[in-house]
Each structure stands twice: as structure tokens, then as C-alpha cells.
Design a protein around this ligand. Structure first.
Ligand code: GDP
Ligand code: MN
Length: 380
């Protein structure tokens, strides 16, 4: 498994009592305003989330004001970093930096030890530190069978120049970091920079966490992070290729609808009748047979309990939609309940096609929504 996003890694840090700055994922203008209020500041860091490092150098980490945040975020969303577009942005409380350190633990599978690397030359990558200041990287090894305890890391902390309270904080952070690495079967945990703030606190300003792909069977939380992510991005991509917009939700019924408005109304209706949407595929106005068929194919690969097709044909022709449904059901082995509502341009012809193939089509969306919920909930 590849590395986690910074925000995912920092969530794990929080769970293991490794201090991190306050943060929030960007999700529209309001989230910027809310976050500024939460931290009580007019300035914040905007950090693009990527599955590769070097964001600082690429201009993907920037301090902005509440007023300029939105514009800046729009300029980085979609930018390509190491081959992938930026889709997630994190807002973070700025920290007042006194000094930046490097701290990492990597698993050496041959010796069954975590190798700890630390340097007071943080902020740049470890290769650069190794090249310029090879004598300023300190090392320590800890067998995975040994419980990490703060006293083990006091000497290392002293070499980095920590004293008094900061030395205690450092030893505790490294203890927590190694405990996390052992408990979660991590190949690598890297904090770069680990920051000493002007007011004397030590805090993880970045996270790089690489899980061991072979141990995911015993790390259900990491495994589900991976599957969510794989599924989400691959599907979105697949759908986009076919001109369909795919939105992942977390319920049980998959929706195919035309237009964003109808898709949303459909989601609401399913909720009203006591179920919830698993996702929706908006095939847009003017959907043809191929698009509809592709949308069903995408849904058929999902872990969902039912399918609701809700089409109000304006530009879209209902007979094309019907042909798409028939094409898909012939190609695919769809075993879950499916309910169709079809009305609008050429609906008579569409309904005829469906009925010839043994499908029923509703004209109104309320009874159709009610029906799919009943079927999914085990009625008939
Ligand atoms: P990376 O370049 O992908 O590793 O991203 P980082 O999260 O490590 O950020 C790059 C650099 O931004 C850091 O090394 C800091 O020197 C700099 N920086 C300046 N102010 C801040 C701040 O308030 N928070 C954080 N996280 N980084 C800051
Ligand atoms: Mn970094």
C-alpha cells in the first residue's frame, strides 16, 4: 500500500497522542470562515493533499488570509503533482517556527527492528540532509518486540539539542510514534518537519505514514482507508471517461438519474422512505443508450443492495434509456432489485421496450422510490 495522505496520517497521530496543529478539510467557502473562527486567526495554512512529497517546493503549501484562501485553493485544485491531480485540500493552523527537525522510524524487515533517524536539520528531505550534513543524522534501533518507553530516547533528544521540558516532550513523541508504528504494522512513519515552536512546544507539522500492505488483513482501519480510496478514485475516473459524474455516498441504494437536481431530489426521497443512497450517477441531459448501460455496469460492481433509475426525459429520450437498461441487463448479471421510473420524451416507446423485456416502469417518482426501499428492506 502506498503512503497515506497527510490528513489521514495526522488523524492517526492524534489517536496516538502525537501533537499536531488544528486542521480541517476544505469543503467550500464556509469551511474557511468556520475554521478561521475555530482557530481565532485571520491567517491559515493551505496544504494540498497528495500521495507524494515535495509539496512545499511545488508551491502547494501556502500561508493565506481568510479573504485570499478561496481563490488560492481554486488555483491549486486539479493541479498535477507527481502525475495525479490535487483533489483534497487541508486548512491548518499556522505554527510559529523556532526550529525544524526531522524524525522518522522505518521498519527493517531483515532485523525486525525499527530504525529511528533524527536530525535537527529538518524541513528539507532526508536525502538532502544526508548529503549536506551526514554527521548530523542520529540513529537508533528498536526491536519490534520491545515496548518503547520515553527513557530510551533521552540520549537521542539530547543529541538533537533538546533540554528540560522539550526533551521530555520529544521523548514522549518518539515513544508514541514507535508505539503507533508497532501497533499499526507501519513500514514508515516520518515527521518532517517536527517543529519546535517559539513558545516552547514540539509539534508534528507534517506526516508521512506508509502501512505494510501485507499486514492489512489484521489492520481493518487501514484496510478500509485503502479500499475507500481505491474504489473512489478509480470509479470516479471510469465514470468521468464515459461522461457520467459519480458521487460516492454511504447508503445502500445506487441511483442513476439525469441532472444534478433530479439526482439530489432522488437522494432525499430515498431517505424520506427510510433508506439511503449509496451513490449517484448523474448521466446528464441527453444521455444515450451507451451512457445508461455504462452507468449500470458501474453500479453493478458496487456493494449495494438495490438500484433506482430515475429518468425525466427532456433532451434525453426515454427509448434510448430503455435500450441502455436492456443492453446492460443482458451483458451483466444483476441480481439485486432494480426499480425504474421513466417519463418524458418518447416515454411510451421506452416503456414498451422495457415491458417487452419483462420490466415494469413507473411514471411517478414517489411510488417508485417507495418500491425500491421496500424491496431493499426485504418486502416484495
Ligand atoms: P512537504 O513539502 O510535502 O513535505 O510539506 P510540509 O508539510 O513538510 O511543508 C513544507 C514546509 O512548509 C515545511 O518544511 C515548513 O518549513 C513550511 N512551513 C511554514 N510555515 C508552516 C506552518 O505553519 N505549518 C507547516 N506545516 N509548515 C510550514
Ligand atoms: Mn514535509
Amino acid at each position: 500500500m502506498s503512503m497515506l495522505y497527510e490528513f489521514e496520517g495526522k488523524n492517526l497521530f492524534k489517536e496516538h497522542n502525537i501533537p499536531v496543529p488544528k486542521s480541517k478539510l476544505y469543503n467550500g467557502k464556509q469551511s474557511i470562515v468556520d475554521f478561521a473562527k475555530e482557530i481565532g486567526k485571520n491567517e491559515m495554512m493551505v496544504k494540498a493533499q497528495a500521495l507524494a512529497g515535495g509539496r512545499g517546493k511545488a508551491g502547494l503549501i501556502k500561508k493565506v488570509t481568510v479573504n485570499t484562501a478561496e481563490e488560492h485553493i481554486k488555483s491549486i485544485l486539479g493541479r498535477i503533482h507527481h502525475g495525479k491531480p490535487i483533489e483534497i485540500v487541508m486548512l491548518e493552523e499556522p505554527v510559529k517556527i523556532k526550529k525544524e527537525y526531522y524524525l522518522a522510524a522505518m521498519l527493517d524487515t531483515n532485523s525486525g527492528q525499527y530504525l529511528v533517524l533524527a536530525s535537527s536539520r529538518g524541513g528539507v528531505d532526508i536525502e538532502e540532509i544526508a548529503e549536506k550534513y551526514p554527521n548530523e543524522i542520529y540513529r537508533l534501533a528498536l526491536p519490534i518486540t520491545v515496548e518503547p518507553l520515553p527513557f530510551m530516547f533521552i540520549d537521542l533528544g539530547k543529541k538533537l539539542g533538546f533540554t528540560a521540558k522539550k526533551l521530555t516532550q520529544f521523548a514522549q513523541i518518539l515513544t508514541n510514534m514507535l508505539t503507533m508504528a508497532i501497533n499499526l504494522d507501519l513500514m514508515l512513519v516520518e515527521i518532517n518537519p517536527l517543529i519546535e515552536t517559539i513558545d516552547g512546544h514540539i509539534i508534528a507539522a507534517d506526516s508521512k505514514v506508509v502501512p505494510d500492505g501485507n499486514a492489512l488483513f489484521r489492520q481493518p482501519n487501514l484496510a478500509s482507508l485503502k479500499s475507500q480510496r481505491d474504489q473512489y478514485s478509480e470509479l470516479e475516473y471510469e465514470a468521468a471517461q464515459a461522461g457520467i459524474s459519480y458521487v460516492q455516498l454511504d447508503g445502500e441504494i445506487g441511483i442513476i438519474a439525469c441532472g444534478a437536481g433530479l439526482s439530489m431530489a432522488t437522494c432525499d426521497l430515498l431517505k424520506y422512505y427510510g433508506s439511503s443512497p449509496a451513490n449517484f450517477l448523474d448521466v446528464g441531459g441527453g444521455a444515450d443508450q451507451k451512457k445508461v448501460s455504462k452507468a449500470l455496469e458501474i453500479l453493478s460492481e458496487q456493494p449495494i443492495k438495490g438500484i433506482f433509475i430515475n429518468v425525466f426525459g427532456g433532451i434525453t429520450r426515454c427509448d434510448e434509456v430503455a435500450e441502455g437498461i436492456i443492453d446492460a441487463t443482458k451483458r451483466l448479471n444483476i441480481k439485486i432489485p432494480m426499480v425504474i421510473r421513466l417519463i418524458g420524451t418518447n416515454d411510451k416507446k421506452g416503456i414498451e421496450i422495457l415491458e417487452k423485456n419483462g420490466f415494469h416502469a413507473y411514471g411517478e417518482m414517489e411510488p417508485a422510490a417507495k418500491k425500491i426501499v421496500e424491496l431493499v428492506k426485504g418486502g416484495n
